[in-house]
Design a protein around this ligand. Structure first.
Ligand code: HEC
Ligand code: HEC
Length: 248
């Protein structure tokens, strides 16, 4: 840990990510903290790790169809995963969070994210939400609550205090990858791929806060198949489809 002002900024950034609601109540609209999904303060080498993240930005992302800075990406999680409001990109809180993410990425080469779709493995599976509800009852409910609303030991998975519809975790493949590698919290890695996929489908289908801006996601119409909400670009595409069907 560097000494002096830089070390102090890194430590303040880490504290904001671990105690997000307490530190930034005006920016958090649910019962989560950043490290609810980025485990061990982002240091766990599993899906959701922040190790190296600073070196992967700026990065083009199809959801926004723009080149995103790390500040933009952080604010995406504030608006969606935290169901809250973005930080000022040039404020002290953002600076300290970026300092912490830089610290987790020191000595790693600046490089684009690995090519290929890490979530492709899930395309081969078909989700069974009834089986997923059974996995939930035996492997998840004791911590997250049988009603999914969270308990003293674990945050909510659906309902008004959860991440919103626009969050990456609402995608079945993203949730499956997170759950497969990180959950159950006390026995990670014990679910099969099929169990992780089924329980992800069960959780993703539960009600949660809306994210009205989602309509503008993937403006080039290249949303992945596990995105469960309509976008303007997809509507334009399907409006054009019948015309093609009638063509000779
Ligand atoms: C509900 C779960 C959840 C919460 C809470 C959450 N995130 Fe995320 N975050 C994700 C997911 C899922 C991804 C995409 C991970 C991936 O594709 O590897 C992500 C990605 C990121 C990335 C980019 C990672 C990369 O490798 O490109 C950053 C930075 C980030 N989150 C920061 C934050 C911050 C800061 C907060 C708190 C304000 C936060 N997240 C809260 C789920 C969450
Ligand atoms: C032993 C308790 C425990 C069990 C069992 C458990 N979890 Fe978790 N889970 C946690 C804790 C604790 C966190 C947040 C970690 C933190 O804040 O540091 C978490 C975080 C999560 C998150 C991201 C944060 C959120 O609330 O959206 C998801 C998704 C999740 N768990 C899904 C599951 C699923 C699905 C199962 C069953 C397969 C499961 N968990 C089983 C304790 C548990």
């Amino acid at each position: 840990m560097p000494s002096g002002p830089l070390g102090a900024a890194i430590q303040r950034g880490r504290a904001l990510l671990v105690a997000t609601r307490e530190s930034l109540p005006g920016h958090v609209g649910n019962g989560l903290r950043c490290t609810s999904c980025h485990l061990d303060a982002g240091r766990r080498q599993a899906f959701g790790s922040w190790v190296g993240v600073y070196a992967r930005y700026p990065q083009y992302r199809p959801r926004s169809a723009t080149v995103e800075t790390i500040e933009y990406r952080i604010n995406d999680c504030f608006r969606r995963s935290m169901n809250g409001t973005p930080l000022a990109a040039d404020g002290a809180e953002m600076r300290d969070i970026v300092a912490y993410l830089w610290f987790l990425s020191r000595d790693l080469p600046i490089a684009p994210p690995p090519a290929g779709n890490r979530l492709q493995q899930w395309a081969a599976l078909t989700a069974d939400t009834a089986a997923g509800a059974a996995v939930y009852a035996t492997a998840c409910g004791k911590c997250h609550g049988l009603d999914g609303q969270g308990t003293a030991v674990a945050p909510p998975l659906w309902g008004p205090k959860s991440y919103n519809v626009g969050a990456g975790m609402t995608r079945v493949r993203t949730a499956a990858a997170f759950i497969r590698e990180n959950m159950p919290f006390d026995q990670p890695g014990t679910l099969t791929d099929q169990q992780a996929f089924d329980v992800a489908a069960h959780v993703s289908a539960r009600p949660r806060p809306d994210f009205p801006d989602k309509i503008h996601d993937w403006p080039n119409g290249d949303a992945p198949p596990d995105v469960a909400y309509p976008t303007l670009a997809a509507q334009r595409k399907s409006a054009a489809a019948p015309a093609r069907a009638h063509a000779p």
